[in-house]
Design a protein around this ligand. Sequence first.
Ligand code: UFG
Length: 342
Amino acid sequence: MEEKNYILVTGGAGFIGSHTVVELIKNGKTPVIIDDFRNSSREMLNGIEKIVGSELIFHNIDVSNKNDLAAIFTKYSINGIIHFAADKAVGESVNNPLKYYKNNIGGLINCLECALEFNVENFLFSSSCTVYGDPEGSTTVTEESPQQDANSPYGATKQMGERILSDVVKSGVNLKVLNLRYFNPIGAHESGLIGELPIGRPNNLLPYVTQTAIGILEKLTVFGNTYNTPDGTCIRDYIHVVDLADAHVSGLDWLEKQSNSTFEIVNVGTGRGTSVLEIIHTFEKVSGKQLNWEFGVKRIGDVEQIFADVTKAKNLIHWDAKKSMEDAVRDAWNWEQKLRND
Ligand code: UFG
């Protein structure tokens, strides 16, 4: 076995995974990436290599395959795991729940079993603000805010994933877990070499905006304008994906310093809420392009407004978001243009 401390990054070719790999390398870590490209592309790894100027360690592995996964732990001396690999389309999860339970829960269990079998103490899990459901009363959520029943199988896998991790830590094993609840990641690396690569018609707002602006899609529909918000459209906490990636580096540093088993939850957002119309106006400002959009009916299951209380992120892992909404929208647009021109 090689004598180096490696960080296993499952789903490292994905949107958040790829940006995290870049930040890990910039901070002196050596990621071992696994991905099966079910929702990502090898191109993303080429982009990372161009940014960091070195070759990546990569294996095409499905986390659902325990034997393949265990072989990675035999080959490398893994010091920490960042577990991104999961399916994430809310609508698809309603139509195909077993896919979500199998991959998201099965994959997590395999990673945890390997962590325990190979004595890997540091575990970072990708969770989501979806676990809060529709927050009643206050729209700013802290890690202690009550959770509603998940309204999709996808959301249920994140709630269940958190529960599994917490139960495993409580069982008395040697394991330090940091559970990061992401708000809405947007943007791309400023180089334009990596970014979001939605397969098929995008579900999320920003890729829909940029694909409309570049002419792949005809028109953006804003889902609802009668919400109880200042301009009537939904409010989210959009966070630049590079800031989000940085939270993993800070989180890992924090985990490595802990001497006892622990399970902590941290919100990763900006603490600021932005409406759909504000996003459109920011896009038009930074791109100089007029976006083709119209108001449509509300999307079923949409939360009216939610954004993060980020006090704990600052105090516990000493991280906060640095980039602005303009940065995020400009980088997303730059990425879209490079993608289509190449
Ligand atoms: N929106 C539109 N038109 C579109 C797409 C989105 O108006 O074509 C609006 C939505 O109604 C919402 C906002 O843009 O108000 C953001 O929508 P996204 O789909 O980008 O993001 P969501 O907040 O709905 O979903 C995100 C993650 C999910 C996660 C969920 C938890 O993508 O994985 O947060 O709340 F489950």
